[in-house]
Ligand binder design. Structure first.
Ligand code: ADP
Ligand code: MG
Length: 253
């Protein structure tokens, strides 16, 4: 029996007269990778930021590991890891110094080299963020989410803008994080990514959840309606060709 670690009930967020999130409800189970999928403007980031206690909701109820976001936002902050944009990181500090700085803010001891090892950036310990490739920046920002040894990490479009090799590398990192028992909630608009990574997904459109299930069950449900792809499905796609020709090795050095 799964334990619910995040419970969102009838969440509403209005920006002025505009309803960005229109009463959505979902639960995230402990230890799963849960995906919020949807086109741009669907309300994914708004929903994540409310759960992260970084944005005020208009109404609804959100419980994170038994803590109510209205009553215990500071307790919630201690048990979650939030991915920040690397553009906001102090430019003069190297990766180890940045991790030490964040650890200080969290009031925690962090083993910077061990964290960098986990995201395969030991070689870059003395580099500045601006010297990293896109994939390395993303891996570093994921490392910063783990500084406080969180129960849940939040990743908002972690692979947007990455090349196919870097995306796959990040997928393995995210799976590895989940394997160690951390719950992951992420957003993406790459459906192959959701299918590969997510135990369950919620499809969000215009502030509403239009479907929620495991990727497999959602596909089965669609097929059960008599749906057929208009075109004969090939055994590979263009991305397979690309990876076959260029390999899986990271290209960032
Ligand atoms: P997503 O992450 O799914 O792309 P967002 O949660 O960022 O969607 O945005 C949902 C909707 O709310 C969009 O129409 C966006 O323009 C609007 N929105 C987001 N943030 C603000 C804000 N601070 N003020 C006004 N409107 C906003
Ligand atoms: Mg967004």
């Amino acid at each position: 029996m799964e334990r619910t670690i995040i419970s969102v009930q009838n969440l509403v967020k209005n920006y002025g007269n505009f309803e960005a999130v229109k009463g959505i409800s979902f639960d995230v189970h402990e230890g799963e990778i849960f995906g919020l999928l949807g086109p741009n403007g669907a309300g994914k980031s708004t929903t994540l930021e409310i759960i992260e206690t970084l944005r005020e909701k208009t109404s609804g109820k959100v419980i994170v590991d038994g803590l109510d976001i209205d009553k215990d936002p500071n307790e919630i902050k201690k048990i979650i890891g939030v991915q920040l944009q690397t553009s906001g990181f102090y430019p003069v500090l190297n990766l180890v110094e940045l991790i030490d700085l964040f650890a200080g803010l969290y009031n925690r001891e962090a083993n910077a080299m061990e964290l960098l090892d986990r995201v395969n950036l030991r070689d870059k310990a003395k580099s500045k963020v601006k010297e990293l490739s896109g994939g390395q920046k993303q891996r570093f920002s994921i490392a910063t989410t783990m500084i406080n040894d969180p129960r849940i990490i939040f990743l908002d479009e972690p692979t947007t803008g990455l090349d196919p090799q870097a995306r796959r590398n990040l997928w393995e990192l995210i799976r590895d994080i989940r394997k160690k028992g951390t719950t992951v909630i992420l957003t993406t608009h790459y459906l192959d990514e959701a299918e590969y990574l997510c135990d369950r997904v919620a499809i969000v459109d215009s502030g509403k959840i239009v479907a929620m299930n495991t990727p497999d069950k959602l596909i089965d449900e669609l097929v059960a309606t008599g749906f057929e792809r208009p075109k004969e499905v090939k055994k590979a796609n263009l991305e397979d060709v690309f990876i076959h020709l260029t390999g899986r090795t990271l290209r960032e050095e």
